[in-house]
Write a protein that binds this ligand. Sequence first.
Ligand SMILES: [Zn+2]
Ligand SMILES: [Zn+2]
Length: 141
Amino acid sequence: MAEKTGRCMCGAVSFTAQGTLDRFNICACDMCRRVTGSQFFSVWLRMDDVDMTGAEHIRTLQSSDWAERAFCGKCGSALWYRPTDNSDGVGLSLGLFDDIAGLEADNHWYTDKEICRTVKLAPAHTMTEAETHAQFGGGAV
Ligand SMILES: [Zn+2]
Ligand SMILES: [Zn+2]
């Protein structure tokens, strides 16, 4: 079983996850767009396989009749989507993981709602991390 670590933006919430960590799902529904600003990329795991620290900072919201979403109460990072039907499955946000190299997309839901289908995603200007730091300074934006 693979193991990966991750954390929210501010580090108040961190985790070690075990399980099948080579695939992720993408959801472009309206709720995921609003929560993330784009699409929700998540790794589907068993909640029992996620060892979470900083639980006192986790805020949950019942976002529908069947699911909750969780956030870091300090920095607002989206943490997970989880059905509340007694299953222990959780879609843990891909963006939290320290190392996502090599992961492959599995399911992509609501593809007709993708932002790239509704706005023009062909930037006039592009910059790498180094180029962005050179222009705006610092290592954090
Ligand atoms: Zn945080
Ligand atoms: Zn969604």
